[in-house]
Design a protein around this ligand. Sequence first.
Ligand code: ADP
Length: 293
Amino acid sequence: MRIILLGPPGSGKGTQAQRLVQRYGIVQLSTGEMLRAAVAAGTPVGLKAKEIMASGGLVPDDVVVGIISDRIDQPDAKNGFILDGFPRTVPQAEALDELLKHKHFKLDAVIELRVNESALLNRVETRVAQMRERGEEVRLDDTPEVLTKRLASYRNQTEPLIHYYSERRKLSTIDGMMAIDEVTRAIHRLLLALGAVEPKVHGKAHGKARARSAAKAGPAKKAKAAKKSAKKPAKTTKKAAKSRKAAKKAVTGPKKAAKKTVKKKAAKKTARKAVKKGAKKAAKKVTKKRAKR
Ligand code: ADP
């Protein structure tokens, strides 16, 4: 799965991206986070980006395209990725198209999280308050003034991407004003319809726990765990359990009926037939369900 999340600051891209990482075992590539890391490390890219970011402007296209190009070549991005905060301009989108073409990668979906602008300031204020509560460092650009500038950058330079991807039949829009879980469900439904497969393991909790512990771990461990959870075959999916139940029903049902008949042999024969029929039906149901997926 290769997905782009599109939406203004505060639309919930980061939150949803993290949930997708846990669910599908793919990596989140956030240019914002990568740039913040570069700034913190004082790399040449960081030095270039620092002032621009603090003022709410956009870092030059060639810089972010370079970062993304290197990042999607890393082994942990092989299974797929969610781009969060990239592309942000039409030239970036064109560069990404070229990159993906060159690497023979297909872009599966561009998901726009649509929100009312009036709600964004509130959301960012809440985010800042929560970060303070957790004792985390607050982003320099999370102030009302810079947010206004970031919104303007979004409107002028990023919003045209909605048209860009809709023309290429890649765009899906989701109402980002719904509750977080509702948005997650909507994204999930959309990805299922596009043929996404959850690399789920022995029940949900297992995969989630692994992803959660991975989220706490460093990047290398994170990548390893994500890969591990992505590799595991879906052994105990809900559907499989359901079809097993159906098959069981088909077997126990007719057997019970047979007990009641006086002529045991005849009853057994009927039961056997019924079992076969029932199992066939169940099998058909399963194949139908599979075909629908
Ligand atoms: P948000 O989406 O909440 O505004 P991000 O964390 O994605 O914040 O990005 C923070 C800042 O990093 C942006 O305001 C911008 O200066 C810079 N940035 C991130 N991604 C890009 C990009 N693709 N192109 C240019 N600048 C970027």
